[in-house]
Design a protein around this ligand. Structure first.
Ligand code: ATP
Length: 218
């Protein structure tokens, strides 16, 4: 097999709001796979989820604040500017056209991975990117049949292989479990409870100062 490719990580999500359950696993994947860059891509209208309560620009701004100062992480706003629903398969195809011969690694938590067969043209995803699956605390369901077959065919246990081929493998990365969910954080905020140390401090401050998620403004 050929030379090592530049390896780029992609983490999509609603980030409603961003928290350490997104950031710490992403940082560990970045380090383990030696990613040159990790792009966080906030979804505008996630096709398979209920509409988020805080606007897309606001969620993206919180993500920007969360990764400010990180040398390799950055926010990619392409889905915010797209008209109509954003499908990951389209985003990956677009990135592939722009970036050319790189290794693209789509990072997903296990809960998201389980739902993959419900995504638009999900098998095509693997033509454009590798999938990196991290644990999601509390989620242990077995893989649905179609996904188990795909995993068996595409499973990769050697990160060096991910750097040599541009797409098509499925790799499981073990990460420090961070049992946080945006849902739990929104509930805490709506009840005026503390969310300190669950997310970067600038994100917490922006949320409380702007009274987002029903947090009582001081
Ligand atoms: P909600 O609680 O509203 O469902 P979420 O945090 O699960 O929010 P997203 O913001 O869309 O949802 O998640 C983006 C990605 O981050 C997904 O791939 C998800 O699996 C992963 N993720 C979210 N929280 C964690 C966590 N605590 N540990 C590992 N992965 C996570």
């Amino acid at each position: 097999m050929g030379e090592a490719l530049r390896t780029i990580g992609i983490l999509g999500g609603t980030f409603d709001p961003i928290h350490y359950g997104h950031l710490r696993p992403a940082e560990e994947v970045r380090e383990a796979l030696d990613l040159a860059e990790l792009r966080l891509i906030p979804a505008r209208v996630p096709p398979h989820r209920a509409r988020p309560r805080v606007g897309p620009e606001q969620r993206a701004e919180l993500v920007r604040q969360a990764v400010a100062g990180h040398p390799a992480m950055r926010v990619d706003e392409r889905e915010l500017h797209r008209v109509g629903p954003s499908y990951t398969v389209d985003t990956l195809a677009e990135l592939r056209r722009e970036l050319g011969a790189v290794s693209l690694c789509l990072i997903v938590g296990y809960d998201t991975f389980l739902g993959l067969p419900g995504w638009s043209r999900w098998r095509e995803l693997l033509a454009a990117a590798h999938i990196i699956v991290t644990e999601r605390p509390g989620v242990r369901a077995p893989l649905p049949e179609a996904l188990a077959a795909e995993y068996a065919a595409r499973r990769c246990d050697d990160p060096a292989v991910l750097r040599r081929v541009p797409a098509g493998r499925i790799y499981r990365q073990s990460v420090t479990p961070v049992a946080l969910s945006a849902t739990g954080i929104r509930q805490a905020l709506a009840q005026g409870r503390s969310v300190r140390y669950l997310m970067p401090e600038p994100v917490r401050r922006a949320i409380t100062e702007q009274g987002l998620y029903g947090y009582p403004q001081l």
